[in-house]
Each structure stands twice: as C-alpha cells, then as structure tokens.
Design a protein around this ligand. Structure first.
Ligand SMILES: C[S@@+](CC[C@H](N)C(=O)[O-])C[C@H]1O[C@@H](n2cnc3c(N)ncnc32)[C@H](O)[C@@H]1O
Length: 245
C-alpha cells in the first residue's frame, strides 16, 4: 500500500487538505490526533446524515450567539460510535445524564429498537427543547423521555427495577463518582456505562482544576473497583466503558 496522498485517496471522499474548510459544520477534533489524522478518521467512518449535520450547525450558531458552548456537544465520530454500540449491544433501556442539545441522545435513540426507551436527565429546558425538535425530526422522539432537574436527585428517585442496559454520563464532572455509584444497582449485569471526557484534554496527567481532579481520582478508583470491568478508550476526549460484573 502506498503512503501519504496516494494511500489517502483510496478512502472515498478523503482529501488530506480539504479545499473549503467548513468550521461550523466540523466537530472538534480529538486532541490525541493530528488535524490530518482526525480528518482521515472521519472520512473512514459513516458520514453524519442531514439531521446530525443540522444539529451540529444549530448548536454552533447558538454558541456564536453566546447561548451555549459548542464544545459541550460530543463529536460526530463519537455519535456514530455510540449509535453502533447501542445497536450492537441490543440495548432496550438506556439512560443519559447530560443531554444539552441532544446529539448523544439522538445517537442512542437511533440505535434502540422501536419499542426501546431512553431516559434523559438534564437541568436546562432551553437546550433540551432544541434536542426534542431533532429527536422528533429523526422520528425517534417517542423513544425518549426527558426529566428536568438535578440529575442526582432524578437518579436517586428511580427504582432499582427495571434495570438499564446502557448509561451515558456527560454532565458535571464532579458529579461523576456519585452518578456511577447510583447507576451501579440500576444496571443489569453486563450492562454498560459510558463516561465522557475522562482524559480531560490530557489534564488528567496534571490536574489543574477541580473537574480535572475529580475525573483523575475517579479513573484511579474505577480501575481498581472489582464491581466494574473498566476500559478507558482514547476516543474523542476519553470515553470510559464500564461493564457491570
Ligand atoms: C457536556 S453537556 C452534554 C452534551 C451532550 N451529551 C451532547 O451530546 O450534546 C452537559 C449537560 O449536562 C447538564 N448538566 C450539568 N450539570 C447537571 C446536573 N447537575 N444535573 C443535570 N444536568 C446537568 C447541562 O445542562 C448540559 O446540558
């Protein structure tokens, strides 16, 4: 196999130097990859459809108006991975902590069967109203229930049964340890919990903020916790995958 531009050209749609950069439609590149490699990875994965592209663009426009931070949203690569994982695991009941404008929830909901259910927990009515519009547009709105309020209270109010097959945590970083503790009894055996931003842009090596320290300490604790099988994937900003033993 050749190298550089020749090998790159073997990937349909891949141009190592994009002629027209479209930053508003581009999700942030994973900090572990060079710009060129991030572009190659995107071009080698299923492309986001129109609904996802529009949701990314609307969130970016909100950020430009100062109504949100676009960096809160997961990347399109992670969205594609979460949709595939949800479907491949045969998830029927899922929960998300931290919904924002709804891209991660859209991915999970699309991976569910028609009678599958996703419970979303968030604080913000305006951001999640945007999410609701996109879930409906994608035809998965009926699969998604949204509960507004502090996620820890909402989680604690949930009964232990029926259990969840999949959980995604992407809210306040200092709350992660408590979310994991509350999720454990509510996950079925072999159920999977995904924790977002567990590399903190590299700051887990030298934590500079309380959020960095909370995640760095949680990473150490989870690796030694016999109740979970734990893998930290170097995807996006770090995605920790926990399997309930
Ligand atoms: C990083 S964003 C989530 C991004 C989302 N997963 C996506 O793909 O676009 C974090 C979200 O967590 C919510 N959040 C932060 N603290 C929370 C809390 N204590 N309880 C519930 N939601 C919270 C914020 O309102 C925000 O929407």
């Amino acid at each position: 196999m050749g190298t550089g531009r020749a090998a790159s050209a073997m990937i349909r749609g891949y141009d190592p130097v994009p002629a027209v950069p479209r930053p508003r439609l581009m999700t942030p590149r994973p900090f572990l990859l060079s710009e060129q490699m991030a572009h190659y990875v995107r071009a080698s994965s299923e492309a986001p459809d129109e609904v996802v592209r529009d949701l990314i663009a609307e969130t970016a426009a909100m950020a430009e108006r100062g109504e949100a931070s676009a960096t809160l949203q997961i990347g399109a690569d992670q969205a594609a991975f979460m949709q595939l994982l949800t479907r491949a695991l045969g998830v029927r009941r899922a929960i998300e902590i931290g919904t924002f404008t709804g891209l991660s929830a859209l991915s999970i909901a699309r991976g569910l069967p028609e009678d599958g259910r996703l419970l979303c927990l968030d604080l913000d009515p305006e951001w999640t109203a945007v999410a609701r519009r996109y879930w409906d547009r994608a035809g998965v709105g009926e699969r998604v229930e949204l509960t507004l309020g502090p996620a820890l209270d909402s989680l604690r109010a949930l009964p232990a049964e029926p259990t969840f097959d999949l959980a995604f945590v992407d809210a306040d970083k200092q709350g992660y340890a408590a979310y994991v503790a509350e999720l454990h009894p509510r996950m079925r055996p072999d159920g999977v919990v995904l924790l977002d931003n567990t590399l903190r842009g590299g700051h887990v090596l030298e934590p500079a903020t309380d959020d960095d320290r909370a995640i760095a300490e949680l990473n150490v604790a989870l690796a030694a916790d016999p109740r979970w099988e734990t893998v930290l994937l170097p995807l996006a900003d770090g995605l920790t995958m926990l399997r309930r033993r």
